[in-house]
Write a protein that binds this ligand. Sequence first.
Ligand SMILES: Nc1ncnc2c1ncn2[C@@H]1O[C@H](COP(=O)(O)OP(=O)(O)OP(=O)(O)O)[C@@H](O)[C@H]1O
Ligand SMILES: NCC(=O)N[C@@H]1O[C@H](COP(=O)([O-])[O-])[C@@H](O)[C@H]1O
Ligand SMILES: [Mg+2]
Length: 392
Amino acid sequence: MNNSMKLPQKLMLLGSGELGKEFVIAAKRFGNYVIAVDRYANAPAMQVADCSEVISMLSADDLEAVVSKYQPDFIIPEIEAIRTEKLLEFEHRGITVIPTAAATNYTMNRDRIRELAHKELGIRTAKYGYATTLEESVAVSDEIGFANVVKPVMSSSGKGQSVVKEKSEVEKAWNYAIANSRGDSQKVIVEEFIDFEIEITLLTIKQWNAPTIFCSPIGHRQERGDYQESWQPAEVSEQMILEAQEIATKVTDALGGAGIFGVEFFVTKDEVIFSELSPRPHDTGMVTLISQNLNEFELHLRAILGLPIPHIEQLGYSASAVILATEKSDFIAYTGVAEALSEKDVDIKLFGKPNAHPYRRMGVALAKGSDIQEAREKANRAASKIKLKYQP
Ligand SMILES: Nc1ncnc2c1ncn2[C@@H]1O[C@H](COP(=O)(O)OP(=O)(O)OP(=O)(O)O)[C@@H](O)[C@H]1O
Ligand SMILES: NCC(=O)N[C@@H]1O[C@H](COP(=O)([O-])[O-])[C@@H](O)[C@H]1O
Ligand SMILES: [Mg+2]
């Protein structure tokens, strides 16, 4: 990638949710041409892109059809559920896949990325094992001990994940993981439960022709394996930040390419433990929509296009809190937006998802405060003011 790249570039986004929407806005601000692709029509990023396509991204034929039709310069995965083997083929044909086709394959399989991090790179992770049958699941669970966390090797946003506190719960966790596994995979990872003090996302920006740089760490709180709120800066010592940066550099160097990565860590009293990473903007990184001079989507875009990132400025104590649906409905309207916005340094993003189901993330509230606690309270207060209406 050279510094004299011309704009506009033709970008194909595979996955068009809330993260893609903000990325498209950043890309359009530099006049790029964006094709937004997803499994359903009128997805958030499609609403701001030049054009859109609805396909099964798990189908090699469907991917071939859209790539042949548009001949993009870049393919930018936005979700994990993609036929990543096909991305390797596109890469061989000279299309740049972000960050690399291999990286998307490693990270969509928990076992592959875990083997790379732990076995090949020697990075500290939670103790873990794999199971492909209920019997193996029982044996691995005994070996790892209780509590442990069971997850399908292919899933995201906590789908199919459960915490197993004792042996009698193993079967339920196995069944739940298999029922919620993506594709036809019948494999789970069983991880030692880490009783962390805080978990963080370290947004790591890998560039084509410049050193890797980092954002200030983001703290977050999850429920059901899904993010509820995040804040920046996270309360982590300078020493631990350096350790996390070193690990993030090791893993992202091994994956290669360019773009932003959300590298997740559990931080205990005296350890930084690598968990997993997204080779793309991270949901907890939505806080950067208010907390930085360049948000994670703008950073991703600059890294992809080889544009300079001279300085990332953290703008002070900031937080995000999610707005979740509670019902299944094809009609959604929002009330309480004015009330939410009435407080100083508060912002709301409504993603524009065309339908809802329980726990689906529909929007996010953002806030700044005089300390982290105030920022978190403001963001949560604003989120709680937004009410979803499910009937016309
Ligand atoms: N070994 C563990 N010990 C303690 N908590 C864990 C462990 N593994 C996962 N969790 C909790 O569950 C959350 C989700 O787990 P993980 O990130 O592995 O799932 P995911 O489905 O990939 O989520 P996402 O796609 O949103 O990143 C973690 O952020 C953490 O809060
Ligand atoms: N943790 C991954 C993540 O947050 N991904 C984001 O959620 C969207 C899917 O939302 P949906 O399930 O509501 O369609 C994805 O398209 C992406 O923007
Ligand atoms: Mg995660």
